[in-house]
Structures are given as structure tokens and as C-alpha cells.
Design a protein around this ligand. Structure first.
Ligand code: ZN
Length: 341
């Protein structure tokens, strides 16, 4: 049976998993990235991780059909090159795909990590129902990563910069975003910014005397997490409820806009914040229902991701499998057949 290696490059850990054609995980490992040692050391760690999982699964490298990499950072997908890595030092136009392909001796594809995670959910997670062909995923973490799959194909755009739904501008001249612009979705509704908005509200004196968040923040050396906000909101805390409702409202509006653009069958949310569960999802669905067309409301499912901590390498393997099945392992990712004109 065909098998695929997925490599998930994160700022803290490199995760590797070997999967068969049915998305069964044959072996997996997680190893520290040691980003501070620079790209050469990180690439070596990725190659070693790949060799280790293959050995654990008892699969010789030459029997791996393809390798997929899920990586953060702006990249040139056709060239397989990382242009920059905001959180990892020394990454400047690094030919990551070819370095991994050489190191492991197997055909390799590079994909943006949010896209890969979405493709993993599409293949083996929340969207695995074979009737699903159009899926959008938003990963709520420090930022908001987005992947968009239409007709079974990931959207990349002309500069590998498509599908950045986290940077849709929702509020003109709004909060400063990590991307340099203002008012992006992620500047409001990512897990980190949900917590930051609560801290800002407390510092502005808003409900600071009565909210449980004020004492919790003092007990945590000035810090709050999105989990703190949702836990407090569930107990009825007024400020926490307000912040949680605002986050859900922004996410619901984003879902409505994404439906107008892409008409997906399913919108999947991933990331730690989804542990807030039905409390969060019901609020997102309500906000979505208020802002979307009646025609759309009932046939879009808004659901949590299912792959958890393995989503990165499963998605990377899914991308490798897709390229293999489409015969695109050795062709530029965006060289899809176009009509002559
Ligand atoms: Zn932005």
C-alpha cells in the first residue's frame, strides 16, 4: 500500500508521521526544532525525524511514495522556497523542499502549514465525508491561519499568498495586526488577541472591579489566556461574556464573508480555543446566521476540527498524497491545466 511522510515544522517542535493510504498513522514522533541553531540544523532535524519514523514503522525510505512539508512563513510554493520565517531566525530564501527531497531521497512537496492542516481535515478529519468537496478551515492560535479547499483543490493564488482569511480587514483603522495592517480578523478573534482584548478592557477600567478576570490576571502575573476568558464567560462573568461574544461575532461575520466568496459546504475551526466547545460554536453559528444569506444558512456546517495535535503532519502527508495522485510531484504546484485563450 502507498505511504506518505508528513513533516510539520513548528517554532517549538518538528512533528513527523508516516501514514498509509487510508490515513492510518503507522508511526509518529515529535522532536525539538532548536530554531536558534538556524535553518541548516532545523532541516537536519526534519530529515532525521523522517528517517526515524520510517524506521519505527519498519518502512524503508524508498517505499515512501512522497513527502509533504507543512511550514509557516511566506513562501514560494512553486519553487519550494521559504522566503522568510517571522519567528525563526536566519530563514531567508531557503530551498526547504529540495533540501528535504535530497536528504530523504524522496519526491517532496511544500505547503503552507494552515493550508496543510485544512487539507488534513478534508482528507481524514472533520471533512472526510466523501460528499464534502468545498471546505474552509480557520485555525485560532496566536494568529488565525486559513485554508480554503474548492473542488478538492487548495487555493494558493498567484504569489502563494491566497487564503489568508485571518487578514481580511473587518474594522477600518482598527487594532494593529502582526502583518502590519490594521483591523484584520486575527487582530480581534485569534486566541491571543481575545485574551489581549480582555486585558485592554481591564486596563481601561472596564468592569475591572467586579470581573473575575481582574483577580485571575493578578494571580497570573498580569497574564490571561483565551481559555481564562471562555471559562469565566461560562460562569456568567459579564466582561468575559462580552469579550467572548465579540470574538464569536467577528468569527461569525468572517464565516458569512467566506461563504459569499467560496460557498463552502463546511467551515472547520481548529486550535486550542475550540476546546471552549459548544459554548463558542453556538455563538459563532448564531452570529453567522445573523449575517449570512438565508439561502446559505442551513447548508453550511460550522464544526470543530478533529485531528488535534497530529493535524500538522497528517495534513502534510495529505498534501503529498494529493500531489502523488494528481501526478504533480514533479510539476510546479500551480501548473494546473488551463484553457488556451
Ligand atoms: Zn493582518
Amino acid at each position: 500500500m502507498a505511504c506518505y511522510l508528513g513533516l510539520d515544522l513548528g517554532g517549538t517542535n518538528v512533528k513527523a508521521g508516516l501514514l498509509d493510504d487510508t490515513a492510518r498513522v503507522l508511526a509518529k514522533i515529535s522532536t525539538p526544532t532548536h530554531a536558534e541553531h538556524g535553518p541548516d540544523a532545523v532541516i537536519e532535524a526534519m530529515i532525521e525525524a523522517g528517517k526515524t519514523v520510517a524506521a519505527h514503522a519498519g518502512v524503508p525510505l524508498e517505499q515512501i511514495d512522497a513527502v509533504g512539508i507543512g511550514s509557516p512563513g511566506p513562501m514560494d510554493l512553486d519553487a519550494g522556497v521559504i522566503r522568510d520565517m517571522p519567528n525563526l531566525p536566519g530563514w531567508d530564501h531557503v530551498p526547504l523542499r529540495d533540501r528535504i527531497a535530497t536528504g530523504l531521497g524522496r519526491p517532496t512537496v511544500l505547503e503552507n502549514d494552515a493550508n496543510a492542516a485544512a487539507f488534513g481535515e478534508y482528507w481524514a478529519g472533520a471533512g472526510r465525508d466523501p460528499k464534502i468537496h468545498h471546505l474552509v478551515m480557520l485555525t485560532l492560535g496566536t494568529g488565525i491561519g486559513t485554508g480554503i479547499i474548492i473542488d478538492g483543490v487548495l487555493l494558493h493564488g498567484s504569489n502563494s499568498l491566497g487564503a489568508e482569511g485571518g487578514h481580511m480587514i473587518l474594522v477600518p483603522d482598527g487594532r494593529r495586526c502582526g502583518c502590519g495592517q490594521r483591523g484584520c480578523l486575527e487582530a480581534y478573534a485569534s486566541a491571543s488577541n481575545t485574551a489581549t482584548r480582555a486585558i485592554e478592557a481591564l486596563e481601561a477600567g472596564h468592569d475591572g472591579t467586579t470581573s473575575a478576570l481582574a483577580s485571575l490576571r493578578r494571580a497570573q502575573a498580569g497574564r490571561l489566556t483565551a481559555k481564562d476568558i471562555f471559562d469565566a464567560a461560562k460562569t456568567g462573568d459579564t466582561l468575559a461574556t462580552e469579550i467572548a461574544e465579540q470574538t464569536a461575532n467577528y468569527l461569525g461575520i468572517a464565516c458569512a464573508s467566506l461563504c459569499r466568496l467560496f460557498d463552502p459546504q463546511m467551515i472547520v475551526f481548529a486550535g486550542g480555543m475550540i476546546l471552549a466547545g459548544d459554548y463558542l460554536f453556538e455563538m459563532i453559528r448564531e452570529a453567522f446566521a445573523r449575517h449570512t444569506w438565508k439561502l446559505v444558512k442551513d447548508h453550511v456546517r460550522i464544526v470543530p476540527a478533529e485531528l488535534g495535535n497530529d493535524a500538522g503532519f497528517i495534513g502534510a502527508a495529505a498534501v503529498a498524497r494529493d500531489a502523488d495522485q494528481r501526478g504533480r510531484l514533479h510539476a510546479p504546484l500551480t501548473s494546473r491545466k488551463r484553457l488556451t485563450r
